[in-house]
Design a protein around this ligand. Structure first.
Ligand code: ADP
Length: 312
C-alpha cells in the first residue's frame, strides 16, 4: 500500500469562457469541478495502475466534503484530518487560448490541527510501504513541516518521495534525515540552487552534484517533452521519451511520481523504474483529464522510453 499526502487540497473549477470580459458579467457553460491537489493526482494514477493506495492530508467544510465524495467515487481510500475551516477553491478561466487562475490560499492550520494530523499520519504509517508528499503547505505550517513527515517515515524504514518546491524543498534537503527521492523540474531545481540550470548533461550533472543532494537516493529532474535527467546513488542517467500528441500536460509531474512510486515499491530495476515513471507522465499528457492515464497504452509507450547511463 502506498500513502499519498496532500496538505492543502482544493476543488479545481475550470470555466471555459472564450470571450472573457473584464468588469462585466460572464456566463459559463461546461464548468468542470474536480478534486484537486497534486497528491490526489498521484493517488488517482496509482489506483489506475492497479496498486493499493490511501490518501491523507487536511480538509474541511463543504468543499472538503466534495473532495471526499470525488475520491470515494474513484474508490480511493481517504483518511483526511477534518478541520472546521473550509478547504479552498482554485478557479481557472480558460479564455483566448490563455488560462487565468484565481487560487484561494485555503485554511490556516492551528497547532492542534498539526498535532492531530501528525497522529493520523503516524497511524497510517503502520500499514504502508511507501509514502509520497506533494505540493505546497497551507498557512500555519512552518516551511520545515515536511521534514517531520520524512523523519517519521524514516524511523519506520519507509521510503518517502517528496515533490515540492521553494523553501519546503530546501528544508527537506538540509535536514540530516534525507528523503528517499525528490522530483524537481528544471525550474524548481534552478530556484533551489539559485542558478540557471541548463538542460544539458554537463549543467545537470554539476547541479545534481551539489551537496544538497547528498544522501538522497533518487533525484529525478523531469523535463517535460525532453524526458528526464536522473541521479541514482552515484550514477547519472539520461531518459529520452517518444514524441506524442500532447493533449494536456497538467499533472504529468504527479503522474510521474505515481509511476515512480509503484515501480520502486515493486523493486524494479533502475531502468524499469525510470521507464515506468516517464510512461505514466507521458500517458497523463496524452489525456484531457488531469491525473488520468489510459493504461491500455502503457506497454507501447514504455517500450519507446530510452534510459542511457552517463559516463562522466
Ligand atoms: P512537472 O509537471 O512537475 O513540471 P514535467 O512537465 O517535467 O513535470 O512532466 C513530467 C513527465 O511527464 C516528463 O518527464 C515526461 O515524461 C512527461 N511529459 C510532460 N510533458 C510532456 C510532453 N509535452 N510530452 C511528452 N511527455 C511529457
Amino acid at each position: 500500500m502506498i500513502l499519498t499526502v496532500t496538505m492543502n487540497p482544493s476543488v479545481d473549477i475550470s470555466y471555459p469562457i472564450p470571450d472573457f470580459k473584464l468588469d462585466d458579467v460572464n456566463r459559463v457553460e461546461g464548468a468542470r469541478k474536480t478534486a484537486g491537489g497534486k497528491g490526489l493526482n498521484v493517488a488517482r494514477v496509482i489506483k489506475q495502475m492497479g496498486e493499493g493506495v490511501v490518501t491523507t492530508g487536511v480538509l474541511g467544510g463543504t468543499i472538503g466534503d466534495f473532495i471526499i465524495q470525488e475520491l470515494s467515487k474513484d474508490r480511493i481510500e481517504n483518511y483526511f484530518l477534518k478541520i472546521s475551516q473550509e478547504s479552498r477553491n482554485c478557479v481557472a478561466i480558460l479564455h483566448d487560448s490563455k488560462q487565468t487562475e484565481i487560487l484561494e490560499s485555503g485554511p490556516t492550520l492551528t497547532a492542534e490541527d498539526v498535532a492531530a494530523f501528525l497522529r493520523k499520519y503516524e497511524s497510517l504509517l503502520t500499514d504502508v510501504s511507501l509514502v509520497t508528499i506533494s505540493g505546497s503547505l497551507p498557512k500555519g505550517l512552518p516551511p520545515g513541516f515536511y521534514r517531520e513527515l520524512v523523519e517519521r517515515s524514516h524511523v519506520r524504514g519507509i521510503p518517502i518521495v517528496v515533490d515540492t518546491s521553494g523553501e519546503s524543498l530546501r528544508q527537506v534537503l538540509v535536514n540530516e534525515v534525507k528523503p528517499f527521492a525528490i522530483k524537481p523540474n528544471i525550474t524548481e531545481l534552478s530556484q533551489l540552487l539559485g542558478i540557471n540550470v541548463e538542460p544539458g548533461i554537463e549543467s545537470l550533472s554539476q547541479a545534481l552534484s551539489n551537496e544538497y543532494f547528498q544522501g538522497v537516493e533518487w533525484i529525478v529532474v523531469s523535463m517535460g517533452c525532453s524526458g528526464a535527467f536522473v541521479k541514482n546513488g552515484q550514477d547519472f542517467y539520461q531518459v529520452t521519451i517518444p514524441k506524442i500528441n500532447v493533449v494536456n500536460p497538467v499533472g504529468s509531474g504527479d503522474a510521474t511520481v505515481a509511476g515512480f512510486a509503484v515501480a520502486v515499491k515493486h523493486r524494479q530495476s533502475v531502468q524499469a523504474v525510470l521507464k515506468t515513471a516517464m510512461t505514466t507522465g507521458i500517458l497523463n499528457a496524452m489525456e484531457d483529464v488531469t491525473g488520468y492515464i489510459n493504461t491500455a497504452n502503457f506497454e507501447s509507450i514504455f517500450n519507446q522510453v530510452k534510459v542511457k547511463k552517463i559516463d562522466l
